[in-house]
Design a protein around this ligand. Structure first.
Ligand code: ADP
Ligand code: MG
Length: 694
């Protein structure tokens, strides 16, 4: 038997069953079977009483006697039914498929153990297709019996737990010939791991729970280790193979601005991140860095300072945002900060006038334009730079990889790339998913910012909420009301929005109320935005179109209607629209009275913290990593045993350990690392498309 042996040749399987197993479980080799892990273990010493059964669908073991067997005919189908008693009650055992031989073999009035999943129907438990054991238990047996993921289809055809246990017992006997170590001695020692052979033995037939934990831990470590190794090698490859323009100089543009124009002291986090970026750009290797920072953490300043470094080195920069509003805002912000300097900045969007466009094209090509801020319009072929050295992309999740690649192509030597995102993602996810990017995190807010106060209110509180808003408006502030708008229920949602708008107009008749939603024409949107931004109107009723980029520092209250319908990250983004000025800001989450457990957790999380990273952790626990990244990318986090939520400690440890190994031996050339390299080449190489190791 080898790992590649087809399961049809494993004792007890044969061609027919092999086919069935392959179809249902996708297992075709001995190796697949070894990696077919139990979903849990049944303690063989644990024997339930019928009277103790509470839960449907639970695998249990019972001890008792079969007292009666009968065949029952309903329509065309026949089933075999047996009464099973223990001293606490009676239940039915049922077979929908059985042979005459089996019927005759059923042990009647003998002490037996039965084992299977119980079925609760009409307050009555039964057990379909139980497994029956007649022999007495020996105490010395492994107590823990593996329960494998199976299906009714298999159980009906006799491929039950007993079958799988038997097959795996046969295969496990061969483990000494099948399983080879894949971690070097120095790792084994430092983590006190079980050997790989012992790991496989104990994952299928654990000696005890402690050994199971050890085996489980090692399998998770392995999975994380080789995954990280793949990315580590890829990153190394990128660093040694892909050219970039070195920016060794920090010159007058940067220092002049820093000394004379910086309107505030940078936070420590901003300083640290800037240092990381500078270190990267010094090297003749393209930077590929993700800058994560919560809304309001001051990413724009970091971006600007980075662009000034590019200028000091004689290069142009461009900064891209996903929407016109956002691009405009970046442009305004940067232009504002650069007042009194001679830096030439321009804005290019879909609605830039032809005359201005011409100037932009010219200045880009002759090199007199240093910073271009814009939307997708920047990617057009007509836009050619003289020397593009840096591209900054805001809100990365809205741009695809293909678009990024287009930016790269704008220069012979690709520009350094800095991706900024205000959607914090959990660290473990960042570590695995973005492991081909370097990640910088601004995890500190500028001082003096007052944390937003968030409250949960219900329909019965509406009058109070409105009065509160009125009081804030009287103090000179402005208020947002946000309504959900979801594609599947768009028509109804618009109706709610319009009704809400009418209601608010009536309730706040002394004030001016504007509305902003996606069905409005661009110029209507502009008018609404401008009215609110200029303070002409005190209240804005909107859909989530305001989620990205709207910046009105005087707005201090955000009321989110039907807040239970929003996801956590969306709530967090929305809330980020207030708290931008010096005043105390408030976020009021309006919900209906009845909430699901999950909605309640979301609302509670929002009222308890303003920390985007904490919120993203909860979000991942609720929705799972795949949903956070979006379906397209969920395959990236498709681990067999590793759980990105629960195993963050393991992920951290493996990451460190991989970094250490690659730092000391980047080509995995050391004799003691051959074991890792060989395993990696065999199992992981194709997976993350890294092929340069040889
Ligand atoms: P982000 O893009 O990360 O959401 P911004 O760059 O728009 O945040 O910054 C939010 C606000 O905080 C801006 O008004 C900016 O001028 C201000 N700001 C940024 N850094 C600091 C700082 N170190 N100290 C005080 N205010 C800051
Ligand atoms: Mg920003």
């Amino acid at each position: 038997m080898t790992l590649e042996t087809s399961i049809e040749y494993v004792k007890g399987i044969g061609p027919e069953r092999a086919k069935l197993i392959k179809n249902v479980l996708g297992i075709s080799t001995v190796e697949d079977f070894l990696n077919f892990f139990p979903i849990r273990y049944l303690d063989k010493n644990k024997v339930y009483k019928i009277s103790q059964l509470k839960q449907n669908n639970l695998d249990v073991q019972l001890k008792g006697k079969i007292t009666q067997v009968q065949e029952i005919q309903t329509g065309k189908t026949k089933r075999l039914s047996a009464k099973f008693n223990d001293d606490t009650g009676t239940m039915d055992l049922v077979w929908f498929q059985y042979s005459k031989w089996m019927k005759e073999q059923l042990p009647i009035n003998r002490e037996i153990y039965i084992f299977g999943k119980v079925n609760l129907f009409n307050n009555q438990f039964s057990m379909p297709h139980p497994e029956i054991e007649i022999e007495e238990k020996k105490e010395s047996d492994n107590r823990l019996r593996p329960i494998y993921p199976s299906s009714e289809k298999l159980t009906k055809r006799g491929l039950n737990q007993k079958f799988f246990q038997g097959i795996l017992r046969n295969i496990c006997k061969e483990i000494p010939n099948l399983i080879q170590e894949n971690l070097p001695e120095y790792i084994m020692k430092s983590f006190k791991f079980l050997s790989r052979q012992n790991t496989y033995l104990n994952i299928h037939f654990p000696k005890n729970m402690e050994y199971f934990e050890k085996a489980d831990h090692r399998l998770k470590f392995e999975e994380s280790f080789f995954f990280q190794l793949g990315y580590g090698l890829k990153k190394l490859h990128h660093k040694t193979q892909s050219f970039g323009n070195p920016f060794p100089i920090v010159g007058d543009y940067f220092t002049g601005f820093y000394k004379n124009h910086l309107p505030f002291e940078l936070t420590n986090a901003q300083k640290r991140v800037l240092k990381e970026i500078r270190q990267d750009m010094k090297k003749p290797v393209q930077m590929n860095r993700l800058l994560q920072g919560d809304v309001g953490s001051g990413k724009t300043m970091v971006a600007l300072l980075t662009m000034l470094i590019a200028m000091d080195n004689g290069f142009q920069s461009c900064m891209m945002a996903p929407t016109e509003i956002l691009a405009q805002q970046h442009y305004n912000g940067i232009k504002d900060l650069l007042k009194g300097t001679e830096v030439n900045v321009r804005l290019l969007t879909g609605s830039t006038k032809v005359s201005e466009r011409k100037v932009i094209h010219e200045e880009l090509e002759n090199g007199t334009l240093s910073i271009l801020v814009g939307t997708h319009a920047v990617l057009e072929d007509k836009v050619r730079f003289k020397k593009l050295g840096l591209a900054i992309i805001d809100e990365q999740h809205r741009f695809g990889v293909a678009q990024r690649a287009k930016l790269w192509a704008k220069n012979k030597i690709p520009p350094h790339i800095l991706i900024m995102t205000a959607t914090p993602i959990p660290r473990t996810l960042a570590m695995s998913f973005y492991s081909d990017l370097d990640v910088s995190v601004i995890d500190e807010m500028p001082v003096g910012r007052k944390p937003i106060i968030t409250a949960h209110r219900r329909e019965k509180d509406r009058v109070f909420v409105y009065n509160f808003c009125r009081d804030e408006i009287k103090k000179g502030r402005q208020v947002y009301f946000v309504y959900p708008l979801i594609e599947e229920s768009e028509t109804l949602d618009y109706k709610n929005l319009m009704e809400g708008f009418d209601h608010i107009v009536q309730s706040f008749s002394e004030y001016s109320v504007t509305m902003l939603h996606g069905r409005m024409k661009p110029d209507e949107k502009d008018t609404a935005m401008n009215d609110f931004a200029s303070g002409k109107s005190e209240i804005m009723v909107a859909t989530t179109v305001i989620e990205v980029g709207v910046n009105v520092p005087n707005a201090s209250v955000m009321v989110i209607e039907s807040a239970e319908r929003f996801g956590l990250s969306q709530l967090h983004q929305l809330r980020g629209r207030v708290g931008r000025g010096a005043e105390q800001s408030y976020c009021i989450l309006m919900t209906s009275d009845k909430l699901s457990t999950e909605s309640r957790t979301r609302i509670k999380t929002m009222t308890e913290t303003n920390d985007g990273f904490k919120i993203s952790e909860v979000d991942m626990q609720l929705r799972g990593p795949g949903d956070i990244l979006g379906t397209q990318q969920s395959g990236v986090v498709d681990f067999k045993r590793l759980d990105l939520v629960k195993d963050s400690a393991i992920i951290k440890i493996t990451k460190k350990s991989v970094e250490k190994i690659l730092e000391a031996d980047p080509l995995l050339a050391r004799p003691d690392n051959q074991i890792i390299k060989n395993y990696y080449l065999k199992y992981y190489k194709g997976k993350n498309k890294w092929s340069k190791i040889s």
